[in-house]
Design a protein around this ligand. Structure first.
Ligand code: FPP
Length: 247
């Protein structure tokens, strides 16, 4: 199999700011704490998505990847999974309208074969209508597992040895990501847990990590701005010695 890069460098140039990836955790606990059913927490989570996407554009984020549904989330009670799938369809349509207005390109990352045909259709539509967006790339990870993606990408290689860059592109291809994935610069996880939960494991090799106690529905635009300010103050060395980075 030949592994040619399937994106152009100009596609990357369009989304020049940092790549921020968010694990939006805490919807269920937020709902329970407010005496609400869990789906109400996910509804509130969608409102937060709306605010954060807009603020991310203003803050100059280049790529924003949001973890909406992990492949392991299929194991949740079926009523919650169905409610989430309905919510995703509605949220994607609404988000795409805003993306279009704000010059944001929206793509969905992850397996498609286990999603309903109606959700797949919605995804195709929102990706098509926002394709010209150049201000920010919004990626929604849905039925996503970093480990599964790496296994599928490795199988596609059939023993061929490739560069890190080519493998990165291959990962994007097996998960239908239309713009080759870039390394993540900053991971934010809300909800108080401190783990990656199978999210972008390859792309996070040198990511800065920020874990916050706030539940996702409580996270606001100013929290994102604060997280970005914290990130800008970090000393990133990518394996080099401190004096090499300082020079
Ligand atoms: C984790 O909270 C959150 C989810 C499983 C769903 C997140 C999805 C959204 C906020 C909507 C996505 C938006 C679009 C545009 C598709 P949890 O249920 O694990 O919370 P808990 O740990 O408190 O139980």
């Amino acid at each position: 199999m030949s592994i040619a890069r399937h994106g152009s460098s100009s596609a990357h140039a369009a989304f020049a700011g940092p790549h921020v990836a968010i694990v939006m955790d805490g919807n269920g606990r937020w709902a329970t704490a407010h005496g609400l059913p869990r789906p109400a927490g996910h509804e509130a989570g969608v409102r937060t998505v709306r605010e954060i996407v807009e603020r991310a554009v203003e803050e100059g984020v280049g790529t924003l990847t949001l973890y909406a549904f992990s492949s392991d989330n299929w194991k949740r009670p079926s009523a919650e999974v169905s409610a989430l799938m309905r919510l995703f369809r509605r949220a994607l349509v609404n988000e795409a309208k805003r993306c279009l207005r704000n010059g944001v390109r929206l793509t969905v990352l992850g397996r498609r074969d286990r999603l309903s045909s109606s959700l797949r259709e919605t995804i195709d539509q929102v990706e098509a209508v926002t394709v010209a967006g150049t201000r920010m790339h919004l990626r929604i990870a849905m039925d996503y597992s970093a480990r599964d993606a790496m296994v599928r990408a490795s199988a596609a290689l059939r023993g061929e040895s490739v560069s890190r860059e080519a493998f990165t592109d291959l990962l994007a291809r097996v998960d239908h990501d239309l713009v080759p994935a870039r390394d993540v610069d900053l991971v934010i996880r809300t909800g108080g847990e401190q783990r990656l939960s199978d999210f972008l494991l390859w792309e996070c090799a040198y990511a800065e990590l920020l874990f916050l106690d706030k539940m996702w529905p409580e996270f606001v635009g100013d929290d994102l701005a604060e997280a970005l300010a914290d990130f800008r103050g970090r000393n990133r060395r990518f394996g080099l010695a401190p004096e090499q980075v300082a020079s």
